[in-house]
Ligand binder design. Structure first.
Ligand code: MCN
Length: 792
């Protein structure tokens, strides 16, 4: 057992799957070649907005290797539906959001640079790409709008006739009258305007797809880089109409990161699987990086005005927020939910705020669709609340930590004015621990010492909360989701005692093959190398809602727990029968079944073998076999929370910033694998550093061109941009799942940007600086506040 005790829940087990990844033995979509495979290439719009007068494919069709070219007309002729948004948001007046059609290939209008115009299928990728250049598209260029600030103004170019003034929805949440009353009572009102910068996701593996059709069975197979293959199958069947659900197999094999961008059902995989039947051969498409920049769903992109009402003691009375959220040119699969139910519902932060009122205008622009990106709505909420709280602390002359403490929620469960019911937490504990690790007491000395070297030093806090473990079905259904958000698991015990676990979660970097196996190992007392975690194939796994919203631990693993409960109950029954004992007297511990108070005992593998030999089972009481399925729907979200503290040092001559120290203390409830959790936090903070300091998706206001269309112009964080993080954990168990787990996959990206910006504004003695706070922006801010900065 000594070995096993190092493999179970709570142990920093090295990731099982990494051996195949780092030895080049992973099976990513592009590694897979199907017999007689062809290659697809998408001709994309060079214009942000244009009418398509005509498309002439004659020359391209005659080019070497070309097998077929498809346009929007071919898709329309086949009566295929368009791509959908699976979440319906309603406006203040009760009307449903205004949805412009989202054809798989543009029919008569293109609406952003990179919009899909034609699919060329050829023997090789190069032939398809060369032929695409021969397609003559007669465009009538139209004025485009990419500016979030101007898109609702009269006279702005219209993205969809269905959505006047480019407004998809005007959503509200909270109690307006109570919030107005709180502001009327306030002794001080703090106001802030914020930009939450547009981000472009860049998973290591670009999106890819192979569509295939079997003439004999009439079945379709789609290999695709998906975070949720069953949802992809459902959308492609029920809404787009590519094939009936039982005739479509979706396989998401090894996937090299997604960060949200691979949740969605995009045009490319849809077109490839549909066209495979027309061509009669499999079609593979793998995005070039510049295609990913143009057409993967982008993230964030908010403009907000926020006001905080305070009493004379620095107690928050109310919060009022108005946000304009960019949805891009079309609604992506979950885009409407992100700036509404994943954003407005988190605006209470860790604070006891009696009244909140938030209005969000979701708007169309001639830009790539905007949807969930690591954190999805919650980073935007956290940035807003943590920036305004920090500003309020400074403007009331209170220490930022003290200001936060005055307003912390301390009694649980806590009902916020914006839907969420926080189940458990201890915000003082994470703030205390973070302050200790960050040595906040020693900050003044470090600041003075930096000043002697001519440097500016600042300290910033972010006491964040987020809601993840995205479920329960009843809650999301009542808020507009078109799907339920439970999870399923099947535990198949083989006669020799090893186990396959089929899960509806999908691992694309989160280490599920290890953590899920650790859970099973702890429960069944078998080593993790005897446990196979199977995911990502609709023909193998019963059903699943996939991975996003840091839900695989809290929801996916809970489904496994339920299935394991059933397996254990049945195995005990079998063991009791074999040992001629009452089932109530059988205990199962460390892989052995023992009859209490006797020396009668059976090993796990003896019982599993007996389950399949089934000799002498009383057939009315015990069925042969040992395989159980479970569907789990939790009663609430989970609420990870904690405190991030960032300390920066800035060279005032150049604006160059160094993150001198970054501390993250998080409460993720029960932790299955601390090493994997730390890795998740590291990755999340690195993405937060990217948002705060480096990354910005830019469209040119006049032409609508994507200016940041490559790594030359879009700066991802590199190793030297991130410090050596110092992490700590506190623990309050989540009461709404059997493991007491809270999700950890997004917390770093959610919590870190405001800590960094709060540190920079502290160092410079300024009120605000826009993200990304590049050296140029920092330098400019120093120049415009020179007298004050120099005096310090
Ligand atoms: N875990 C744990 N103890 C906890 C919580 C989680 O040991 N208390 C483990 C889980 O078992 C799992 C991992 O940590 O192995 C992450 O679990 P969880 O927080 O449930 O998140 P998900 O597995 O659902 O992953 C989704 C989350 C999201 S939403 C984004 S975006 C994201 C992220 O994970 N994208 C990632 N982390 C990523 N990491 C990589 N490498 N690649 C991505 O695309």
């Amino acid at each position: 057992m000594s070995d096993l005790s190092e493999q179970g829940v709570g142990k920093p087990v090295r990731r099982k799957e990494d051996f195949r990844f780092i030895t080049g033995n992973g099976h990513y979509t592009d590694d897979i070649s199907r017999p007689h495979q062809t290659h697809g290439y998408f001709l994309r719009s060079p214009h942000a907005h244009a009418k398509i007068r005509s498309i002439d494919t004659k020359a391209a069709l005659a080019a070497p290797g070309v097998l077929a070219i498809f346009t929007g007309k071919d898709i329309a002729a086949d009566k295929l539906g368009g791509l959908i948004c699976g979440w319906t948001v309603h406006s203040k007046d009760g009307s449903a959001m205004k949805v412009g059609p989202h054809p798989v290939l543009a029919l008569d209008t293109v609406r952003y640079v990179g919009d899909h115009v034609a699919l060329v299928v050829a023997e090789t990728h190069e032939e398809a790409k060369s032929a695409a250049e021969l397609i003559e598209v007669d465009y009538e260029e139209l004025p485009a709008i990419v500016s979030l600030a101007n898109c609702e103004k009269p006279g702005a170019p219209q993205v969809h006739p269905e959505a006047p003034h480019n407004i998809c929805f005007e959503w509200e949440l909270g109690n307006k009258a109570e919030t107005e009353a709180a502001f009327a009572r306030a002794t001080k009102v703090v106001k802030i305007d914020l930009v939450n910068n547009r981000l472009i996701p860049n998973a290591m593996e670009p999106r890819a797809a192979i569509g295939e059709y079997d003439k004999g069975t009439g079945g379709y197979t789609l290999h695709t880089t998906s975070q949720n293959p069953h949802v992809a199958r459902l959308v492609l069947s029920a809404f787009v109409g590519v094939a009936p659900e039982h005739k479509l197999r979706v396989i998401a094999p090894d996937v090299g990161g997604g960060f949200g961008s691979k949740i969605f059902i995009y045009a490319e995989e849809t077109a490839c699987v549909w066209a495979a039947a027309k061509v009669g051969r499999p079609i593979k498409w793998t995005a070039e990086r510049s295609e990913s920049f143009m057409s993967d769903a982008h993230g964030r992109d908010h403009l907000s005005h926020a006001e905080l009402a305070l009493d004379a003691n620095g107690k928050i009375l109310g919060l009022r927020v108005k946000t304009i959220a960019n949805l891009g040119a079309y609604l992506s699969t979950f885009s409407a939910a992100v700036p509404t139910y994943l954003y407005g519902t988190l605006l209470s932060g860790q604070y006891d705020i009696p009244a909140i009122y938030v209005e969000v205008d979701g708007v169309y622009t001639h830009t790539a669709p905007v949807d969930a990106y690591r954190g999805a709505g919650r980073p935007e909420a956290t940035f807003l609340i943590e920036r305004i709280v920090e500003t309020a602390a400074r403007e009331t002359g209170l220490d930022p930590a003290e200001f936060r403490r005055r307003n912390f929620i301390r009694a649980f469960p806590h009902q916020t004015p914006v839907i969420m019911n926080y189940d458990a937490g201890n915000y003082d504990a994470s703030l205390d621990k973070a302050m200790e690790i960050a040595d906040v007491k020693g900050f003044a000395v470090r600041k003075a010492e930096a000043a002697r070297r001519g440097k500016l030093r600042g300290l910033g806090y972010s006491t964040y909360i987020e809601a993840c473990g995205i479920a329960p079905s009843a809650a999301v259904g009542s808020l507009g989701a078109g799907v339920g958000l439970w999870e399923s698991a099947e535990v198949r015990v083989n006669p020799t005692g090893n186990v396959e676990v089929l899960t509806g979660s999908h691992s694309h970097g989160q280490g599920h093959e290890t953590t899920f196996a650790q859970l099973v190992s702890s429960r069944l007392g078998i080593p993790i190398d005897q446990i196979e975690i199977v995911h990502g194939d609709t023909d193998k796994v019963q059903f699943g809602m996939g991975t996003y919203g840091s839900r695989s631990g809290a929801v996916g693993m809970s489904a496994i727990v339920k299935a394991l409960d059933k397996v254990e109950a049945k195995a005990k029954k079998i063991a009791a029968h074999l040992m001629e004992a009452a089932v109530e007297d059988v205990v199962f511990q460390e892989g052995r079944f023992t009859v209490q108070g006797t020396d009668k005992s059976l090993a796990w593998a003896e019982v599993t073998l007996a389950a399949y030999t089934a000799h002498g089972f009383p057939s009315s009481e015990i069925e042969p076999g040992l395989k159980e399925t479970s569907f789990y729907d939790p009663s609430n979200f989970t609420f990870p929370a904690g405190c991030h503290i960032c300390e920066v040092e800035i060279d005032p001559e150049t604006g160059v910033l160094d993150i001198a120290n970054f501390v993250a203390v998080d409460d993720f409830g029960t932790i299955i694998n601390p090493m994997i959790v730390e890795g998740q936090v590291h990755g999340g903070i690195a993405q937060g550093v990217g948002q705060a300091l480096l990354e910005l998706g830019v469209y040119d206001n006049d032409s609508g061109q994507l200016v940041t269309g490559s790594f030359m112009d879009y700066c991802m964080p590199r190793a030297d941009n991130v410090p050596s993080f110092r992490l700590g954990f506190t623990k309050t168990e989540c009461p709404s799942n059997p493991l007491g787990m809270k999700g950890c996959g997004e917390a770093g990206a959610i919590a870190s940007p405001p800590a960094i910006i709060n540190a920079i504004t502290d160092a410079l003695g300024i009120r605000d600086i826009e993200m990304p706070a590049t050296p140029a922006r920092i330098w400019k801010a120093i120049q415009s506040s020179r007298p004050r900065a120099a005096a310090e």
